[in-house]
Design a protein around this ligand. Structure first.
Ligand code: HEM
Length: 138
């Protein structure tokens, strides 16, 4: 597994732990009311699990497993960029929801996440090809 994939998957696992912890806190809060403000954690729970965990895990495994050009996995700079943008976006969206202030941190965070997808797709696109092309080196 390449270094970038290990980084994606390990970071995704960290998001999973945080997301589950927030979910558990809200679940406990439903049975044993601790504090009404704990409900503010719901959008963070969703963000960490849907983007931080699920999307990030998929990116990590896709970068590792999709067809290569010989030994090369295509331009890696855009994938590093995607890693940085994805995590910055998740943190920005989470912070925006947590402070519950103006909408712009969430909006910018979403745009940054979109940038992560575009950067990732830039690497992935030429690697999506039939098996026969991989065998013949086309
Ligand atoms: C990958 C795993 C998970 C994903 C993708 C996920 C996603 C979500 C989503 C999208 C919602 C919002 C539902 C809505 O607004 O109608 C939600 C709510 C919630 N989740 Fe999770 N979740 C996950 C795991 C967990 C775990 C492990 C726990 C508890 C330990 C948990 C506890 C909760 C609670 C308490 C709510 C609020 C439910 C309510 O509205 O009463 N979630 N989750």
């Amino acid at each position: 597994m390449p270094r970038l994939s290990r980084l994606f998957v390990r970071t995704a696992l960290a998001h999973l732990v945080v997301g589950f912890t927030l979910g558990a806190l809200m679940l406990i809060n439903k049975g044993v009311p601790l504090h009404p403000l704990l409900w503010r954690l719901l959008p963070l729970h969703v963000e960490f699990l849907l983007i931080g965990w699920t999307v990030q895990f998929i990116f990590g495994v896709a970068f590792w497993i999709l067809p290569r050009f010989g030994t090369s996995r295509g331009p890696e700079g855009v994938v590093w960029l995607s890693y940085v943008l994805l995590n910055a976006g998740v943190l920005l969206v989470a912070a925006g929801h947590l402070i519950a202030g103006p909408a712009w941190p969430v909006l910018i965070g979403r745009a940054v996440e979109g940038g992560a997808v575009v950067a990732f797709a830039f690497n992935m696109w030429p690697r999506i090809k039939p098996f026969r092309d991989v065998v013949t080196g086309r």
